[in-house]
Design a binder for this molecule. Structure first.
Ligand SMILES: Nc1ncnc2c1ncn2[C@@H]1O[C@H](COP(=O)(O)OP(=O)(O)OP(=O)(O)O)[C@@H](O)[C@H]1O
Ligand SMILES: [Mg+2]
Length: 406
C-alpha cells in the first residue's frame, strides 16, 4: 500500500496517547485492510495495536496513576501560597517542576529499595485495590546533613509527576501567640485543596519549640494542630517530612508517618558512583575515581559534590590536564581547605602525611585498586608501590602504625 510506513508511524504515535477514539479508528483501518485482502498490512496494524495494549498494562503512565490517586485543583504559576498574616512571609513555596535544576539522586542499594517500594505502591495501585488497600501517603525522611533528604523529596514528587508545596518553616513559626497553629492550619488547607506533594522540610523546627520554657503552652497547641492536620491529609496527595534531628520529634507526630526512611552516608560503591557523576565532564580512570573516594572517606553526597566541584575548579585553573598525577596533586591541595584532613585520622591525613601507609591501606581496602594505577597516580615505580604494600602488611602484623581509614 502506498505510504504505508507513514500510516504505521501515525498509528504508533496516536496509540501512545491511549485515546480510545483513536484506537477505534485504528481498529477500523485493520478491519478494512483485512476486508480488502491486504492481510500483510492488516497484520502489521494488529501488531501495533497489541504492542500498545501490553505497554499500557505493563507501564501505566505515572501521570495517569497520580491523577487517579491525587485529586484537587491544579497548581499553576498563578496560584500563590498563603502567607503569615503579621509578617507577610509566605507559608510555602510552590514548585511546579520539582526535577528542574536538581540532579538525579544516587543511592545505596538499601535506600533505593526502600524508595522503590513506596513508588511501586503508587504505580501498582491495581494490585492494592484488589485487596481494598491504598498506597501509603506519608513519609518521614531523616538522617545526617547533606545526605540528599531534600533532593529525595523533590525527586519522589517528580517521579510521581506531581508538583511540590514546600513549606517554609520560617514563615510558619511565629512569635505571636496562636499564630503558628493558625499558619499550620492554613498551610494544610492550601495543600489539601491542590494536587501536590506537601514537603515539610526542617520539620524538627516545630518540635524544637519545646526546648523553650516560654513556649510550653504554645507547643502543645502547635503539636495538636499538627496532629489534626496530618490526619486531615489522610487520603490526599503525599506528605513528606524531613528532619536531621529525629529524636526531637514528638512520638505522636512520628507515628503519623507510614514510612520512615533513614538516609545514611553513602557506602563505598555509592561514593564512587557519586564522584563519577559529579566529576562530569571529566572522564577519569575508574581507579582514579576510586582512589578519590577512598581519600574523601565517609562523607555525605553534599561533601562529595563539593569535593568534585573544587577539583574541577582547581584543575581548570591549573592550566594543566587531568592526568592521574595531576588529579592527585589537585586533591592534595584541596583536602585541608575542605576540612577532610582536619580530624587527624583517616584516609585524607594518610594521603597527605604517610604515602607508604596510604598505599598500603588503599590496596587493602574494599576499593580494589590496581598497584600499577597507584604507581601512575603517585608517580612512583611499581616496585616502590609493591614495597609499600609489603611494609604495610609487616607494620600491621607487628602492631605498628596502620591506617585508621577503611
Ligand atoms: N544521594 C545523593 N545523590 C546525588 N546528590 C546528592 C545526594 N546527596 C546529596 N547530594 C548533593 O548534595 C546536595 C544537597 O543535598 P540535600 O540538600 O538534599 O541534602 P539534605 O540531606 O537535605 O541536607 P540538610 O540536612 O543539610 O538539609 C544536593 O543538591 C546534591 O548536589
Ligand atoms: Mg535538606
Amino acid at each position: 500500500m502506498e505510504h504505508f510506513s507513514v500510516i504505521q508511524s501515525l498509528c504508533r504515535t496516536g496509540l501512545e496517547t491511549r485515546d480510545d477514539r483513536f484506537r477505534r479508528q485504528v481498529e477500523r483501518l485493520r478491519d478494512r485492510l483485512r476486508e480488502s485482502g491486504d492481510e500483510k498490512a492488516a497484520g502489521t496494524i494488529e501488531r501495533l495495536l497489541k504492542a500498545a495494549t501490553s505497554k499500557a498494562t505493563l507501564a501505566p503512565s505515572v501521570i495517569e496513576v497520580s491523577r487517579s490517586l491525587v485529586t484537587g485543583d491544579e497548581l499553576t504559576a498563578n496560584v500563590h501560597a498563603p502567607a503569615d498574616r503579621e509578617t507577610g512571609v509566605p507559608l510555602a513555596e510552590v514548585v511546579l517542576n520539582p526535577a528542574a535544576g536538581r540532579p538525579t539522586p544516587i543511592y545505596d542499594v538499601d535506600i533505593e529499595k526502600a524508595l522503590g517500594g513506596i513508588l511501586d505502591e503508587w504505580l501498582k495501585t491495581e494490585h492494592l485495590k484488589a485487596i481494598g488497600i491504598e498506597p501509603s501517603r506519608s513519609c518521614l525522611i531523616y538522617g545526617p546533613p547533606g545526605t540528599g533528604k531534600t533532593l529525595t523529596a523533590f525527586s519522589l514528587a517528580a517521579r510521581l509527576g506531581l508538583p511540590v508545596v514546600n513549606a517554609r518553616i520560617d514563615g510558619l513559626v511565629s512569635s505571636f501567640l496562636g499564630t503558628t497553629a493558625r499558619n499550620i492550619a492554613n498551610l494544610f488547607e492550601f495543600a489539601n485543596r491542590y494536587r501536590c506533594v506537601l514537603v515539610l522540610d526542617e520539620f524538627d523546627a516545630l518540635a524544637k519549640m519545646r526546648d523553650d520554657p516560654h513556649e510550653l503552652g504554645e507547643i502543645k497547641r502547635v503539636v495538636n494542630t499538627l496532629l489534626q492536620n496530618l490526619d486531615s491529609r489522610a487520603g490526599k496527595g503525599l506528605t513528606i517530612a524531613i528532619t536531621n534531628h529525629e529524636a526531637l520529634l514528638d512520638p505522636a507526630v512520628w507515628r503519623r508517618f507510614e514510612n520512615h526512611i533513614r538516609m545514611t552516608l553513602p557506602d563505598a560503591l555509592t561514593r564512587v558512583a557519586m564522584l563519577k557523576t559529579f566529576l562530569v565532564p571529566l572522564t577519569l580512570d575508574d581507579d582514579v575515581v576510586k582512589t578519590l573516594a577512598f581519600v574523601a572517606g565517609e562523607r555525605s553526597g553534599s561533601d562529595l559534590k563539593n569535593f568534585a566541584d573544587s577539583l574541577k575548579r582547581n584543575l581548570a585553573l591549573g592550566n594543566s590536564g587531568a592526568s592521574p598525577p595531576e588529579v592527585m596533586t589537585a586533591a592534595r591541595a584541596l583536602l585541608m581547605r575542605l576540612g577532610f584532613a582536619s580530624d587527624g585520622i583517616g584516609a585524607a591525613r594518610l594521603f597527605l602525611d604517610d604515602e607508604p601507609g596510604f598505599v598500603g591501606s588503599v590496596l587493602n581496602s574494599e576499593f580494589t585498586i590496581k598497584q600499577e594505577s597507584l604507581a601512575q597516580m603517585l608517580v612512583k615505580s611499581q616496585s616502590t608501590v609493591s614495597r609499600y604494600a609489603k611494609d604495610f602488611q609487616t607494620r600491621r602484623s607487628t602492631g605498628g602504625q596502620v591506617s585508621h581509614a577503611e
